[in-house]
Design a protein around this ligand. Structure first.
Ligand code: ARG
Length: 499
């Protein structure tokens, strides 16, 4: 029977190579390799503390696993994990058997099934990616808030739209913060998803009902940074909730990115002329020499749509799936990994492209009050002078229609007429975009004071979220987490100094 497979004793015929190839998930789960090694190392602890293996076997297994880890880090393992192996989990087991001189490798799988191995490995992988997703989301928040600070300083205006039609004057900084808010929520979603991957450790659940071997379940759970061993083996091996939570966080963040990307694609058109995507992020045309295309943003837009489909596919594999392990879960794994990997790449690409956007302040300022965008403020002024909301709306609507017929903006003359119609001496209402913005007085509005406030509260939230990712990550090796903490602290300290 093929040596690479982990079963075969009960069969007399060789497996059909085409069906083995059809059933292999190796191309999709190679990305799990280093996480699987950690799962295997923790299982060695379970075997050793449970006195199922002796010290010599433990040493040999640990040495072989360390070598596999080196091969993975050096990029050599993919060559070993070749056709005939069902998945990365089997590939690592096969390599350990090959590396152990006296058959110690035959002990690695004692009491373990790929069912608890896959479930545990997926959680470790999901936890690491959730961490990276959170960092990527926070990087977008950082970029957007830095830009908001610059544009607030420059006082850049923007005609805020609804339905893409001119609505009300706003600050460009206000728009940038609106964009950042979504990514702050995304960062929180990553943090919650990461916590879900730490709750309970499936390792030691075996195939479905636990083991008659005295496996230590506490030590591996602790070693791998889980809060506790899982409570129910049947649930533990078939549960994919946490990895789907991580995938969901990536899809949602990609959707957030796609909305901003779609708007920037329009802003970069000459007709709008609000923004220009720098050379490094733009692409040209093979035929039209003048072209400057915002491809990264278009790809972000399309990838978010693709990921939504992939994620829906992952959910669909679970519909009607009975409890316990079924091979269908291999497809859930494949689709969840695809969602996470592409989601991660999308977020990072989005952050890079975003950094290349330059705004045309003059153009934005010039158009900020276009399309009678101050009309609402004029209606508000009428309301403050005692006119009912309905009537004020009607009166200003008529003034707009008049101005539109005469191809001119609303002017002082219109305010005089509205005042006399309302029976008041004067109407104190803004006619230009800057006065409109400055006159806003509600919490969360586009007034410079409110924008400044929301910027500083967002900065506090961002540093809180970055600190969460350090504190709550006992799953990282202590060296890696020390490195990471130092990096984050340095980063947030220098950010604080700039703020
Ligand atoms: N390739 C499978 C997966 O990735 C491994 C689990 C196989 N378990 C089994 N009982 N056939 O999900």
């Amino acid at each position: 029977m093929a040596k690479t497979l982990q079963w075969g004793g009960r069969f007399t015929e060789e497996p059909d190579a085409a069906l083995v190839a059809f059933g292999s998930s190796l191309d999709d789960d190679l990305v799990l390799a280093s996480f699987d090694v950690r799962t295997s190392q923790a299982h060695v602890s379970a075997l050793a503390t449970g006195k199922i293996i002796d010290a010599t076997t433990e040493r040999a297994l640990r040495k072989a696993l360390a070598q596999v880890k080196d091969e993975i880090d050096a990029g050599d393992f993919a060559a070993f994990a070749r056709a005939g192996v069902e998945d990365i989990h089997g590939a690592i087991d096969a390599r350990v058997r090959e590396l152990c001189p006296n058959g110690e490798g035959e002990w690695l799988h004692a009491g373990r099934s790929r069912n608890d191995q896959v479930a545990t490995t997926l959680l470790l992988y999901g936890r690491a990616r959730a961490e990276e997703g959170q960092a990527a989301a926070l990087e977008v928040v950082r970029e957007l808030t830095e830009r908001a600070k610059e544009e607030l300083g420059a006082g850049t205006l923007l005609c805020a739209t609804t339905h893409w039609q001119p609505a009300q004057p706003a600050l460009l900084a206000f728009w940038l913060i609106a964009a950042a808010e979504g990514f702050a929520r995304a960062a929180k979603r990553f943090s919650v998803a990461r916590d879900a991957t730490r709750e309970s450790c499936p390792l030691g659940s075996g195939a479905v009902a636990g083991s008659t071997l005295p496996l230590d379940r506490e030590t591996p759970a602790r070693e791998l940074g889980f809060a506790a061993p899982s409570r129910n083996a049947m649930d533990a091996i078939g549960n994919r909730d946490a990895i789907l939570d991580v995938a969901h966080a990536f899809v949602r963040a990609a959707i957030d990115a796609s909305r901003i990307a779609a708007e920037l694609v329009i802003w970069c058109t000459p007709a709008f002329g609000y923004a220009n995507l720098g050379d490094a992020a733009s692409t040209g045309s093979s035929l039209m020499p003048q072209k400057r295309n915002p491809d990264p943003f278009e790809l972000v837009r399309a990838t978010a749509a693709e990921l939504t489909g992939t994620y829906a596919g992952a959910l669909a594999t679970l519909c009607g799936l009975p409890l316990s392990y079924h091979r269908d879960l291999q497809q859930t794994k494949r689709l969840a990994i695809a969602t996470i990997e592409h989601g991660h790449a999308t977020l990072r690409a989005f952050a890079r492209a975003l950094a290349g956007v330059q705004f045309d302040r003059d153009r934005m300022n010039a158009l900020a009050a276009d399309g009678y965008a101050v009309a609402t403020d004029i209606a508000d002024a009428l309301i403050l002078s005692g006119i009912s909301a309905r009537r004020a709306h009607e009166m200003v609507g008529r003034a707009v229609a008049r101005a539109e017929r005469e191809h001119r903006p609303l002017c002082e003359e219109d305010l005089h007429e509205l005042a006399s119609e309302a029976g008041v001496r004067t109407l104190d209402a803004p006619l230009d975009a800057r006065s409109s913005v400055n006159a806003k007085c509600t919490i969360g509005s586009t007034s410079p004071t409110e924008v400044r406030k929301s910027l500083s509260s967002l900065a506090i939230e961002r540093s809180h979220l970055s600190s969460l990712s350090i504190e709550r990550n006992p799953g990282l090796s202590s060296r890696a987490s020390a490195r990471k903490s130092a990096h984050d602290v340095e980063g947030s300290a220098s950010r604080h100094m700039r703020e």
